[in-house]
Write a protein that binds this ligand. Structure first.
Ligand code: SF4
Length: 273
């Protein structure tokens, strides 16, 4: 059986529940869009485009205001672009307004950190707004593939500072906890980066948009973790595609107060008999 191309999210799905992996990646049942995914995509697109803004008219008097208003305009534009998807969710107008405002607040929080970084960099190097903006501009939405490991990932931001490389993923999660699934995602990115560039990134982290950036130093153990989990999924999925070999793992992630697993109705994990 041919090796499938895996991704951090397929590997984390497999680890959470093999049956869920089976429905999503082998049977390819449709997944349902939800507001958390859609607003996450909107926030990601806004930040991706933020670094393309023209800063030639920004000066000492206006630059904090100009960066903030540019970010707001980009966000408004993206929210409009995503209207067809938002409408397909059939949210009550009050709910849509709530998510709009909440996402805007997250982006404004991010911009506060961005402006602090810009200020620090300018003080340290005595450079202009445009020069500092350029230095802070990461490589965005970089696709990285490993043929050897049969894994692919899209990295939100790769920052090259003077002598360090930092890989960042943006998350809109409400919790500020670096979960095991996030550590594995970052470990896989580190492996992909190492294979492409012949050296490990120095640090990886999650920018929790409601809070702040949480970073960790990349160690060899992270690459070993990524290799171990990638090998484990290939070992299983290249041997069988039989549903019975992908067991259900019922857990609180099947159904929670505001949602449920995309395959809950098909799976019926808590049905008797
Ligand atoms: S409903 Fe629960 S057990 Fe069933 S596929 Fe989803 S996560 Fe797995």
């Amino acid at each position: 059986m041919a090796k499938r191309v895996q991704s951090p999210s397929s590997i984390n799905t497999f680890k959470q529940c093999k049956r869920k992996y089976y429905y999503q990646y082998i049977e390819c049942l449709p997944t349902l869009p939800n507001i958390h995914q859609v607003r996450g995509n909107i926030a990601h697109s806004t930040l991706e485009n933020f670094y393309t803004i023209d800063v030639s008219q920004f000066n000492e008097e206006n630059y904090t205001q100009m960066f903030s208003s540019s970010l707001q305009q980009l966000f408004l534009h993206q929210w409009k672009q995503y209207q067809p998807k938002l409408q397909s969710l059939h949210l009550h107008p009050d709910q849509e307004r709530f998510y709009f405002e909440e996402t805007m607040l997250m982006l404004m929080n991010w911009s506060k950190h961005f402006l602090e970084d810009l200020k620090q960099l300018r003080t340290k190097k005595n450079i202009s707004i445009a020069e500092a903006f350029l230095e802070l501009t990461p490589i965005r939405e970089q696709e990285m593939t490993s043929e050897e490991w049969s894994v692919r990932g899209f990295i939100d931001a790769i920052h090259q500072f003077d002598d360090e490389v930092h890989i960042i993923d943006y998350k809109t999660n409400s919790s500020f906890e670096m979960k095991d699934s996030m550590i594995l995602q970052l470990a896989i990115y580190s492996l992909l980066y190492s294979e492409k560039h012949g050296k490990m990134p120095d640090k990886v982290g999650i920018f929790f948009l409601r809070q702040k950036l949480k970073m960790m130093k990349v160690e060899k153990e992270h690459l070993e973790l990524a290799k171990k989990e990638i090998a484990a999924i290939h070992e299983h999925t290249s041997k069988t595609e039989d549903k019975k070999d992908y067991k259900c793992s019922p857990s609180p992630l099947c159904k929670w107060s505001s949602g449920q697993c995309d395959f809950y109705e098909t799976c019926k994990p808590f049905a008797k008999g």
